[in-house]
Design a protein around this ligand. Structure first.
Ligand code: LLP
Length: 421
């Protein structure tokens, strides 16, 4: 459920008509709903009630500092995958002891900055990383708290580009080798082995793969304790999917996911961390765009929008589906027509939807891409020298621009011309 609803025939973001924001900031833009962000965070937090836990928002999904601050003030920790994200989380006021550092390629410099700045734990993904972490921790006189990410070889049944828990993926160490690798870690003097980490993929629409993976983690916890490790924290990753097509999708709810966690690992007495990204911010954001032209092609009509693949790359990259709705609510039974919905970028891949049934639209009409709050703005680029589009945050009847559209001068002046030119 989100807070982007039609009221009096026009789409609102909470209590603000979306068209008012469009008039003030220009299109295209992203707009997020505070109430939806908080609602989704609270769903996870409540689902783990009764267990010692921390919900660490996977900030790669949407990392504007206003979003981070909103969630941090509600008690969220953060899952970061680069020192840039670490710095951003800290700038948004998140304390180091609520930040976990994930990712397969942490550099020595990144590790040093996180260790000296304060960190809850590193989720280590390989033996070479473990060695670098041990060395850097020694250099700065720290003991690094770690979990090791295990790869449980479970099929997450999601898009191949966002599955991470199969043995062919680059993530984690094979669970079959875990005891050996934990023994190595246990022998390193600057590491404190505190737990186990697992993350099997993103946009999971079934609970069964989580159940399989977490059961393996539970078994491993017992084995590692037998081996003498003080396993006291389990980071169970993110990945719970969201409905992209409102009409016919109903992925599992955080409450069911929470019950699954209690069922599979609840008896172990470990502190639980989860790292949801998409389910917190996905349906909390929309992208608003204007129809520039309606073009009649051979056998098909194109809606050419001012938003493009550089602003929202998910359809081009993952064949992802997003509901696209007009800002003005169509009258019940209004005539619909199939459109190819495209952006202005010079690639055929700049196609958001093919033969999508839409009410008849005209140049100047506004449309909203639903469920664009996760992996939308963060994956955008300036391809075709198109400015990164603004981000807006709504809270009740107020809204604020939380990232302004850069001017062309700002974009162009970032280039520097060598002396020989
Ligand atoms: N933890 C780790 C270690 C991750 O790699 C990810 C996502 C998450 C947590 C959060 O997963 P979520 O709850 O958001 O599913 N750009 C793609 C999604 C990439 C996900 C990468 N890792 C998309 O637009 O669908």
């Amino acid at each position: 459920m989100d807070h982007f609803l039609y009221r009096d025939g026009v789409l609102h973001a909470e209590d603000v008509p979306v068209a008012d924001i469009a008039a003030a900031v220009g299109t295209p833009f992203y707009v997020y709903s505070t109430a939806t962000l908080l609602r989704h965070f609270t769903l996870f937090d409540d689902a783990l009630n009764g267990m010692d836990h921390l919900v660490c928002y996977a900030m790669k999904a949407a990392s504007n500092q206003a979003i981070l601050k909103t969630l941090a003030q509600a008690g969220a920790g953060m899952d970061v995958v680069s020192v840039g994200e670490y710095a951003r989380a800290r700038a948004a006021g998140v304390p180091g002891d609520k930040i976990v550092f994930s990712g397969v390629g942490k550099t020595a410099d990144e590790i040093r900055m996180a260790l000296t700045g304060g960190i809850r734990q590193f989720n280590v993904e390989s033996e070479p990383e473990m060695e670098v972490l041990n060395r850097v921790a020694g250099e700065v006189g720290a003991v690094a708290p770690i979990t090791i990410r295990v790869n449980p070889d479970v099929d997450a049944k999601t898009h191949a580009k966002i599955a991470t828990g199969k043995s062919e993926n680059k993530f984690g160490i094979p669970i079959a080798r875990a005891r050996e690798v934990y023994a190595m870690a246990g022998a390193m003097e600057n590491l404190d082995v505190i737990g186990i980490d697992v993350h099997i993929g993103s946009q999971l629409t079934e609970l069964a793969p989580f159940e399989l993976a977490y059961a393996k983690v539970a078994e491993l916890t017992v084995q590692l304790r037998e081996d003498g490790h003080n396993i006291r924290r389990l980071d169970l990753g993110g990945g719970l999917g969201i409905p992209y097509a409102r009409s016919n999708e109903a992925p599992p709810l955080p409450t069911d996911y929470g019950a699954l966690i209690k069922r599979t690992v609840g008896h172990l007495g470990c502190e639980i961390e989860i790292e949801p990204g998409r389910l917190i911010s996905g349906n909390a954001g929309i992208m608003v765009s204007e129809v520039i032209y309606v073009k009649s092609g051979e056998g098909r009509d194109f809606l050419i929008l001012d938003g493009a693949m550089n602003d929202l790359i998910r359809p081009a990259m993952y064949e992802a589906y997003h509901d696209i709705v007009p800002i003005i609510e169509p009258a019940p039974g209004a005539e619909q027509a199939p459109y190819d919905i495209v952006g202005p970028v010079c690639e055929s891949g700049d196609t958001f939807a093919k033969q999508r049934m839409m009410p008849r639209l005209n140049a100047g009409d506004l449309v909203a891409f639903r469920s664009a709050g996760a992996y939308g703005a963060v994956m955008s680029s300036e391809y075709n020298t198109r400015p990164l589009i603004p981000e807006v945050l709504v809270n009740g009847d107020q809204y604020a621009v939380i990232r302004a559209r850069p001017t062309f001068d700002e974009m162009i002046n970032r280039d520097t011309i060598p002396g020989w030119l």
